[in-house]
Design a protein around this ligand. Structure first.
Ligand SMILES: [Fe+2]
Length: 195
């Protein structure tokens, strides 16, 4: 009798706990889903000058690192939203950048490539941190083009870069979030295109 009563009370305690944990388990994917912070993204990403080193028809790839390249790896996890905060799928992102010595490959396609956003407007670029060259702070070049729209030509910058303040075209709206993770840097940026 005593044993039955104990079991009964144990169940009374265990059942709400079980349902609590199961609710947490079911809820957590939802709570972890990133909500587009609309307030921060109601302004379209500003354009910035193209510069002299764009080469059309880059290869399609999301990893620009090739053998025999030196430099520090950076992974850019980005998104493209429109000004209504809706993800934009199938957006072309065409990247070009200097190598770790600050040099562009103007004959071939080293450190050049294009890719497309997925259904959620996301993209992932794996590349090397670009080097500095005279007159410019550290930057990536990119053309961002939604299907049937004109391309947005712009550049992305690094935070806490001493040369940012000396670069005449530096724009704080184009600074990526960058964190160091082990021997890599992980960056984030959200492009906003006019809806
Ligand atoms: Fe450049």
């Amino acid at each position: 009798m005593e044993t039955n009563r104990r079991r009964f009370f144990a169940l009374l305690v265990a059942l709400p706990l079980l349902s609590f944990f199961s609710a947490v388990r079911h809820k957590s994917p939802k709570t972890l889903e990133p909500t587009p912070p609309c307030d921060d993204h109601d302004e379209p990403t500003p354009p910035l000058e193209e510069g002299p080193f764009f080469t059309p028809r880059s290869p399609e790839r999301s990893n620009l690192i090739e053998q025999n390249m030196t430099g520090s790896v950076i992974i850019l996890n980005g998104r493209v939203l429109d000004t209504n905060c809706k993800p934009v799928a199938n957006v072309l992102l065409d990247w070009w950048q200097a190598d770790d010595k600050g040099e562009y490959d103007n004959k071939g396609y080293r450190l050049r490539g294009h890719q497309y956003t997925d259904k959620l407007g996301k993209f992932r670029l794996e590349t090397l941190v670009p080097g500095l060259y005279p007159g410019r702070t550290r930057h990536f070049h990119v053309k961002v083009q939604a299907a049937g729209q004109r391309p947005l030509t712009t550049q992305l910058f690094f935070p806490n870069e001493p040369h940012n303040q000396h670069d005449r075209i530096f724009d704080p709206a184009l600074v990526m979030g960058v964190q160091r993770k082990g021997d890599k840097q992980v960056a984030t940026y959200t492009f906003v295109l006019k809806a």
